[in-house]
Design a protein around this ligand. Structure first.
Ligand SMILES: C[S@@+](CC[C@H](N)C(=O)[O-])C[C@H]1O[C@@H](n2cnc3c(N)ncnc32)[C@H](O)[C@@H]1O
Length: 217
C-alpha cells in the first residue's frame, strides 16, 4: 500500500467516524479492535439498514453487532449474528441485553466444524445452530466477517458463506464481504462470481465487496 493510499484510507475513515457519531453516541463505549470492520465499511452497512434492509445476518460478531443493532432499533429490523467463539458470543449477548437490544439482535453460537463446502478442508459454522437461527423470513442483508481468515493457512475460511446461505437470501439481497482487499478474500470473490449469480463491486477504500444479483437487461 502506497503512502498516498494510506492517507486516502485515513481521511475516508475519519469522515466515516463522524458520520457514525449518532450511533456511537446512542450507547456506551464500543471496544473497536484492528479485527473490526473499517468505519467506512460500517457506514455502507448502516446506509443499507436506513434504506430498508430489514433482516440482517452477520457472520462474525463484535463491536459492529452492537452498532448495527442500534441502527436497526431506530429504523426497524432484526439482526442474527453468528459467532464461533463462546466467549465473544456471550460478551456480545450480554452487551445487547444491557443496552436493551435483545429484541433487535441475537447472537447464535455456532462452533466451527468440518463442513461439506469447506475450502482446503477448512471448518465452517456448525450447520444445526445456523439453520435454526436463519429460518423464517428471507435475509436481505448478509455480512460475511467471519470466521477469522487473516492467516494464510485459513485464507479461504469464508468461502462457504455464499453457497451455503444462498437458499436463505431474498432475491434482491445485498451480500457484503469484509476484508475484501486480502488475497484470500479476492480469490473467494472470484469463486463466488463463477459459482453463483452474484456480482461484486470491490470497494478498496472501505475494504469491502458489495454484491447483488444484477437485474436482467
Ligand atoms: C473479524 S472479527 C469480527 C468482527 C466484527 N464483525 C466487528 O467488525 O466488530 C472475527 C472474529 O474475531 C472475534 N472478535 C470479535 N470482536 C473482537 C475484538 N474486539 N477483539 C478480538 N477478537 C474479536 C470474534 O470471534 C469474531 O468472530
Amino acid at each position: 500500500m502506497s503512502v498516498e493510499g494510506t492517507v486516502d484510507w485515513t481521511a475516508h475513515d475519519l469522515h466515516a467516524w463522524q458520520v457514525l457519531r449518532p450511533l456511537l453516541d446512542a450507547g456506551p463505549y464500543l471496544p473497536w479492535s484492528s479485527g473490526a470492520m473499517r468505519a467506512s465499511g460500517l457506514v455502507t452497512l448502516c446506509n443499507e439498514i436506513v434504506f430498508g434492509r430489514r433482516r440482517m445476518v452477520e457472520l462474525g460478531a463484535g463491536a459492529s453487532t452492537l452498532l448495527f443493532a442500534r441502527a436497526l432499533r431506530e429504523h426497524g429490523g432484526t439482526l442474527d449474528a453468528i459467532e464461533h467463539d463462546a466467549r465473544w458470543a456471550q460478551w456480545v449477548t450480554d452487551r445487547l441485553a444491557r443496552e436493551g437490544l435483545a429484541d433487535v439482535a441475537r447472537v447464535t453460537l455456532a462452533p466451527l466444524e468440518p463442513h461439506p463446502l469447506g475450502a482446503d478442508g477448512l471448518p465452517w459454522y456448525a450447520q444445526e445452530p445456523l439453520a435454526a437461527a436463519l429460518g423464517g423470513a428471507p435475509v436481505d442483508l448478509l455480512l460475511v466477517d467471519g470466521p477469522p481468515a487473516h492467516e494464510r493457512s485459513v485464507r479461504y475460511a469464508r468461502y462457504p458463506a455464499l453457497p451455503a446461505l444462498l437458499g436463505y437470501l431474498a432475491k434482491d439481497a445485498v451480500v457484503v464481504l469484509d476484508d475484501a482487499v486480502r488475497d484470500g478474500e479476492r480469490d473467494v470473490l472470484e469463486r463466488w462470481e463463477r459459482e453463483t449469480p452474484y456480482r461484486f463491486e470491490r470497494r478498496e477504500l472501505e475494504a469491502i465487496a458489495l454484491g447483488r444479483i444484477p437485474a436482467r437487461p
